[in-house]
Design a protein around this ligand. Structure first.
Ligand code: FAD
Length: 304
């Protein structure tokens, strides 16, 4: 479909902000990715619904994203539409020991709000640079905690555009997966149930985990976080280190010297640089240890 017609579909409709030919590198933590034809940033559930309806009616490919911290976008960008649920869709409310949040709210914001209200349970998620929708999709977790431990219920739009509400048990949370990824749901709002605690105890845990993260992870460089899933019985970073790949560079991409489980964008890396480096790492680890590393970061878009 030509660009003019594509723009007309969303022009003057109540779908929120509409960006055209928007560089995806401005919306991903990897700082990589060519332009998406149309990016929509809805502010309300009705706007999310309408944006999806227009995409479907016009047979347009669309995808939901949050804060782009688990995405690697190809250099040719994305044909179609990205519906970004993040900065325009991030209202949060606290009532007693529950937090009610729109899916675009950042995990760090929820962690801060929980601390301000002396609510405990969410500390583990401090420093995960994603929004709640992405966290529900992959049951984000760290330092022994995961979303499964703190979610009470999740409101979603299903493939037909109907609103459904699922309890924690119905979400099928597991390591890096959930009902959201199984069924292609769109997460709208989440209810977290936390515990009343002492402000200083919660702060101490947050400070400790923040120190662990900043001292061990290459947060000074753009990346998509852990590049690979944890293989059963192993640690990806150790397998990569033991294969002698620490600091290996291809183009602008590097196996982090600080944490081998991270491929980082050290100097204007292209998606191709990152993918080539990932292939070298996978092959070397397979040859050395017989372990098949699986990419955790989601790959989207088309080549240049
Ligand atoms: P995006 O990257 O925008 O999207 C990821 C997936 O979620 C896509 O498939 C997208 O379609 C889907 N999605 C996003 N929003 C919605 C929605 N509203 N409804 C339906 N689907 C949606 N992850 C961890 O689990 N633990 C960690 O400790 C951790 N550390 C990290 C450290 C760094 C430095 C970085 C860069 C990443 C790290 N991550 C970690 C990965 C990432 O932050 C999480 O996976 C996060 O939950 C992704 O959220 P996002 O909003 O950025 O999702």
């Amino acid at each position: 479909m030509d660009k003019k017609r594509l723009i007309q579909i969303f022009e003057d409709k109540n779908v929120g902000s509409v960006l055209i030919d928007e560089p995806m590198k401005n919306h991903t933590s990897f700082k990589i990715g060519g332009p998406v034809d149309i990016m929509i940033l809805p502010r309300t559930e009705d706007e999310v619904k309408l944006a999806m309806k227009l995409c479907k009616e016009n047979k347009l490919q669309f995808m939901i994203m949050g804060n782009g911290s688990n995405l690697l976008i190809k250099d040719g960008g994305i044909r179609g539409v990205i519906i970004k649920l993040n900065e325009n869709f991030n209202k949060v409310e606290v009532k007693d020991d529950r937090i009610y949040a729109q899916s675009g709210a950042l995990l760090n914001a929820i962690s801060r709000i929980a601390l301000e209200n002396s609510l405990s349970g969410f500390e583990f998620a401090t420093g995960i640079p994603g929004a709640l929708g992405g966290a529900m999709t992959m049951n984000a977790g760290a330092y022994g905690g995961e979303m499964k431990d703190v979610v009470e219920s999740v409101r979603v739009l299903d493939e037909n555009g109907d609103i459904k509400e699922y309890s924690n048990e119905e979400m099928n949370f597991r390591y890096r997966g959930s009902r959201v990824s199984d069924e292609g749901l769109t997460v709208l709002t989440i209810v977290f149930k936390l515990k009343h605690g002492k402000h200083e105890d919660i702060k101490a845990i947050i400070d400790d985990l923040t120190h662990k993260r900043t001292s061990k992870q290459p947060l000074e460089y753009p990346s998509g976080g852990s590049t690979f899933k944890r293989p059963v019985g192993y640690y990806a970073g150790k397998l990569i280190d033991d294969s002698g790949l620490r600091g290996l560079r291809y183009g602008g991409a590097e196996v982090s010297k600080k944490h081998c489980g991270f491929v980082i964008n050290i100097e204007e890396a292209t998606c191709k640089d990152v993918l080539t480096l990932i292939d070298i790492v996978k092959k070397t680890v397979k040859d050395n240890f017989g372990v098949e590393l699986e990419r955790e970061i989601k790959l989207l878009g088309e080549e240049l």
